[in-house]
Design a protein around this ligand. Structure first.
Ligand code: WT7
Length: 650
């Protein structure tokens, strides 16, 4: 039995909410008390924020755990909730999406436009033989049609499976086959780093091996030549000429809404299944509560891709069900220049920005002069998701994007949880940089030890969820046993998230990375996240990744890879000196047990396409093994860069 995670990092800064925001916040501290007093009653009230065609008979049926049913007997239509009810309430002319293409072309899509397109797409899909319960794969760039395709599926009760546009033909094939999708919605291509990047050839390759696919709908985005087969239909010929009238039918609260595949780091992708009523309730409520979204005045921008759960919950379903105006951007943050994000914030007067730590650290590496060149004064709230945010990256974000005063919501959740679970409430919580703080009202999270016992404040262990929540995954598509094994077997009666976590002395929660990434050094469990944060707290480091490598004396030894900030000199002796300084800096910050055996200065880190560091590959480097599977890398040349850049190192 290994001892619980060593609790090393001691971050004491704390930032109360701005008075003005607190005074007008959508959600106040009372929400916690309300939910504590009557958890199911609380969720029932949040479900009441939506329009239901038929009221539910029971809030939660948990008679057959871990298979939950929420709002049993209730019926609603998700697309109706995201579109029709805003149009019916006279808000059809309100902008739903300010879309910005990478080359600089733009589209302004109102709720009435989005409604019309979605009705047409629903009619076109029906015409192609898609009926409720069928699966539709979506493989599109970040264009408004991606949201339309998802909403059209929801409207007719088809289950969508969005596959990120950066995935290969093999990945797409596996996902189409696993879900036996009947239709694929794609585009000729999209724009990526200044040039057209084709999608259709990848779909052609996949569809050749997917007998379930009867039709392929193709949006014309780049205008490049594409091969054409009998299964293919142009979107502009099919959808845009379809009737604009479509009446949304209500579906059961537990009707499957979508499947989204999560790869984990090694194993076969898992098709995470989300259903209708509970999912929309929690995504809608959390958008309102965590982002304090005021649909009349805010301009919201989530920089995620629609191919990830963040795009599903916080570009499509959460914001649209609340009637938000949002920005959607097609491309990369450094095309055509490194200020593109800030230019967009300035241009559309974005008020709420939701992005990922990997991006913040990249911006840190590029330097604060870049955001300083734009007017970011429209912003009033910042969010982070996807990985633990290092305290220094948090401070940098607040300082250089948030003008030194904006609240930051560090939101912990997963594809599996469907919606945000642990986060500050921006009008309530005095946030600590690097901590996701507190489970949201209605959520029961805990940190437990090896035996599943709740750890006291100050202790570390594993993050679990003790009670079912509305937007929880219902199963792994086609594999109930794997669902039980993966999430519900580690600890009796609890959902095991797979993340290490600690509670600080005030009981606030700090996420410490995936448990597979935790290092065991001389009998101590040490979190990669804490050592990385210690490195990033050094003024010369922008980003760091830490792994445990086999070591004859300590079991595992800490090996770190660090990207220096903008102008740092790392040639020859200066580099050697920096490495020595960094090792000492970590020892001083966290204690001698956490001093890395080895630090390598590198120009880049290997990341998955969703921006998470692939520590598995770095472990291969640290242990001098040949590299494992690199197919999920965002940029496959990175490992060569790292290996060659390291040669001078130790
Ligand atoms: C894993 C889930 C949630 C949408 C995007 C990722 C890590 C996510 C945080 C955070 C620390 C975080 C966890 C989690 N993670 N947000 N705020 N602090 N870690 O979804 O791809 O399913 O990944 O991302 O390790 O388990 P995902």
């Amino acid at each position: 039995m290994s001892e619980a995670l060593a609790n090393l990092l001691n971050e004491t800064r704390q930032f109360p909410p701005p008075a003005e925001l607190a005074a007008h916040a959508n959600v106040t501290a009372e929400a916690y008390a309300e939910a504590d007093a009557d958890r199911l009653g609380f969720w029932e009230r949040q479900a009441g924020r939506l329009a239901w065609s038929k009221q539910w008979d029971e809030v939660l049926d948990w008679s057959n755990p871990p298979f939950a049913k929420w709002f049993v007997g209730g019926q609603l239509n998700v697309a109706y909730n995201c579109l029709d009810r805003h149009v019916e309430a006279g808000r059809g002319d309100k902008v739903a999406i300010h879309w910005e293409g990478e080359p600089g072309d733009t589209r302004t899509v109102t709720y009435a436009d989005l409604h019309k397109l979605t009705c047409q797409a629903a009619n076109a899909l029906t015409e192609l033989g898609v009926t409720a319960g069928d699966r539709v794969a979506i493989y599109l760039p970040m264009i408004p049609e991606a949201a339309v395709a998802m909403l059209a599926c929801a409207r007719i009760g088809a289950t969508h499976s969005v596959v990120f546009g950066g995935f290969s033909a093999d990945a797409l094939t596996n996902r189409i086959q696993d879900a036996t999708a009947k239709v694929v919605i794609t585009a000729d291509g999209g724009y990526r780093r200044g040039k057209p990047s084709a999608l259709k050839p990848t779909v052609d390759e996949a569809v050749a091996n997917c007998p379930s696919v009867e039709h392929v709908l193709v949006v014309r985005r780049t205008g490049e030549d594409v091969a054409w087969s009998a299964k293919d239909h142009w979107w502009h010929e099919t959808v845009e000429s379809a009737p604009v009238e479509h009446t949304a039918q209500p579906f059961d609260a537990e009707h499957p809404l979508f499947i989204l595949y999560t790869s984990g780091t090694t194993a076969r992708p898992k098709g995470i299944l989300h259903t209708t009523g509970g999912y929309l309730t929690q995504t809608s409520y959390t958008t309102h509560a965590v982002f304090d979204l005021k649909p009349e005045t805010d301009v919201y921008w989530c920089t995620a891709d629609i191919g990830w759960v963040t795009g599903h919950s916080y570009i499509v379903y959460g914001p649209l069900s609340n009637g938000a105006t949002q920005v959607m951007y097609e491309g990369t943050p450094d095309t055509p220049h490194k200020g593109r994000f800030w230019e967009i914030v300035d241009k559309y007067k974005v008020t709420i920005l939701y992005t990922a730590p990997t991006l913040i650290r990249t911006m840190m590496k590029w330097g604060e002069d870049i955001p300083a060149g734009y007017d970011l004064s429209s912003l009033r709230l910042l969010g982070s998701v996807g990985e633990p945010i290092n305290p220094e990256a948090w401070i940098w974000y607040r300082q250089h994007v948030g003008g030194g005063e904006l609240p930051i919501v560090d939101t912990w959740w997963q594809t599996e949880t469907g919606a945000i679970m642990i986060s500050p409430l921006p009008g309530v919580t005095a946030a600590k940089p690097g901590s996701a703080m507190t489970p949201l009202p209605g959520i029961v999270a805990d940190v437990v030890d090896d035996q599943g016992r709740s750890v006291p404040n100050g202790g570390g262990g594993y993050l679990v969820l003790r009670e079912p929540w509305p937007s929880m995954l219902r199963t792994i598509w086609g594999d109930d046993n794997r669902f039980i094994e993966t999430y519900w077997s580690r600890f009796e009666g609890m959902y095991f998230a797979g993340d290490g976590a600690k509670k600080d002395d005030d009981g606030h929660i700090w996420l410490l990375g995936r448990v597979d990434d935790v290092m065991l050094v001389s009998g101590h469990n040490i979190s990669t996240t804490e050592v990385e944060s210690a490195l990033v707290s050094h003024p010369s480091v922008a980003e760091a990744a830490v792994v445990g490598a086999t070591d004859p004396t300590t079991g595992q030894a800490i090996v770190a890879f660090a990207i220096p900030r903008g102008s740092t000199d790392i040639s020859g002796e200066a580099g050697e000196q920096l490495i020595t300084d960094l090792r000492n800096h970590v020892a001083k910050t966290l204690g001698p047990i956490a001093k890395p055996r080895q630090i390598m200065l590198v120009p880049e880190l290997p990341k998955t396409r969703s921006g998470k560091i692939m520590r598995r590959l770095l472990r291969d480097v640290a242990e001098h093994r040949s590299l494992g599977d690199v197919t999920t890398l965002q940029d496959s040349s990175v490992m060569e860069l790292i290996s060659s850049g390291m040669q001078g190192g130790k």
